[in-house]
Design a protein around this ligand. Structure first.
Ligand SMILES: Cc1ncc(COP(=O)(O)O)c(C=O)c1O
Length: 397
């Protein structure tokens, strides 16, 4: 990495990773059979509180399989927040279904439960035993809330409507491992949940994912589908079109080591967040990321909202200025109802997410962020505001 460069969010590898990976190499158990896969599945499921965990190759594959086991199929519709990384909407398309985009709420930027309820009540109708989107004529099959940035969705009202309309809830918890909603861990709130261990996540296996559930039949089906749907491994008989979505033992070995550090990493992320919050509270036009009183956030990706009028620069101009100071930042994702990749999908009014997208900027928050690096970022945010406001005052006078 270039001298003095502060990256956005990089892995932290300082536990038993070398030791466990070496065990795989020394014993020749490098592929998807091997004891670390089972250990990783058990450890993560135990942590989240579910009965089963199925390790997979990445979080997107986890979502794909979770949708299949939840019974989502071609021409169905699934409610998903517009303000999220694109993977859940893509996974919905992989099974031939369509996303229905729901706006974010303004406080914590998560899927708005009121707008989920409004859509189901006002924009859908029953025909026989199925609920249909009045506009598209397609059946509603599931709700897929995404706990973005380390903070949980206010999920109880979503679980209530899901029960009312008999819809499974698939949690995308990929960004929020370890976060709690009313003292329950995300991943154990809906019917099935997905995690990611991509390089930027709070723990990483280089690339990897996990499906967790209490539903034994779904867990068995998930294992089956992710391992090529083999009915007879000796004679190579396959009962369905399956997938090779297995995690390798080497990756799982890394996952086991990373799990040993998870609580420590969450504590560090929370410390980074409170330092930022304290530091920006007197900077005009910078709104820190918030935590609901019913939540315990991991602050996985520390993000602020930039008010151009008050700060003097908009979020993208601040991004460019910080880049010049060798500080990497990143906007949030293009809201998916605007994505060319999902032009054909149905969307409710998602104007709040558009505003959040324009204002949001994620700041460096690696677990290994050094105090002096943190200070440098904060000083830059402060001084860029002062000089932007100074320039503006000079222009006016
Ligand atoms: C919200 C969300 N869902 C799904 C994924 C997909 O996970 P993966 O990259 O492991 O496929 C990611 C990010 O990587 C994500 O941020």
């Amino acid at each position: 990495m270039a001298e003095g460069f502060i990256p956005l969010c990089v892995p932290e590898i300082r536990g038993n990773e070398w030791k466990y990976v070496k065990q795989c190499l020394d014993t020749n158990w490098v592929s998807s059979l091997g004891s670390f896969v089972g250990q990783f599945e058990q450890k993560l499921a135990l942590y989240v509180g579910t009965r089963y965990g199925v390790a997979v190759v990445n979080g997107t594959a986890a979502l794909h399989i979770a949708l299949l086991v939840a019974g989502v199929g071609p021409e169905d519709e699934v409610l998903v927040p517009t303000l999220s990384f694109i993977a859940p909407a893509n996974a919905i398309r992989y099974v031939g279904a369509w996303p229905v985009f729901i706006d974010a709420e303004p406080e914590y930027w998560q899927m708005d439960p009121q707008k989920v309820a409004d859509f189901l009540r006002k924009e859908c109708r029953w025909a026989g035993k199925k609920l249909y989107n009045k506009k598209t004529g397609r059946p509603i099959k599931a709700i897929l809330p995404v706990h973005i940035l380390g903070h949980p969705v206010d999920i109880d009202p979503i679980l209530d409507v899901a029960q009312k309309y008999d819809l499974p809830v698939i949690e995308d918890a990929t960004e929020s491992l370890g976060a709690k909603y009313k003292n329950r861990r995300v991943g154990h709130l809906g019917d099935v949940a997905c995690f990611s261990f991509n390089g930027n996540k709070i723990i990483t296996t280089g690339g990897g994912g996990m499906i967790v559930t209490d539903n034994e039949a779904w867990a068995r089906k998930a294992k089956y589908l992710t391992t090529q749907a083999k009915d007879d491994p000796l004679e190579f008989v396959h009962g369905e079109v399956g997938y090779n979505y297995r995690l390798t033992n080497i990756q799982a070995a890394m996952g086991v080591a990373q799990m040993e550090k998870l609580d420590e990493y969450i504590a560090t992320k929370r410390r980074i967040a409170s330092t930022y919050a304290e530091a920006v509270k007197d900077v005009p036009g910078i709104a820190p990321m918030r935590e609901a009183e019913w939540a315990s956030s991991t602050f996985w990706m520390y993000t602020v909202l930039v008010n151009q009028e008050q700060y003097g620069l908009d979020s993208r101009a601040l991004l460019r200025k910080l880049e010049q100071a060798k500080i990497q930042t990143r906007p949030l994702w293009q809201p998916m109802h605007l994505s060319p990749a999902h032009r054909g999908a149905y969307s409710t009014d998602c104007s709040l997410a558009v505003g959040l997208n324009q204002a949001a900027l994620s700041l460096p928050c690696s677990v290994g962020l050094e105090p002096q690096e943190h200070q440098r970022i904060i000083e830059n945010i402060n001084s860029l505001c002062r000089s932007a406001l100074h320039v503006r005052r000079q222009k006016i006078s």
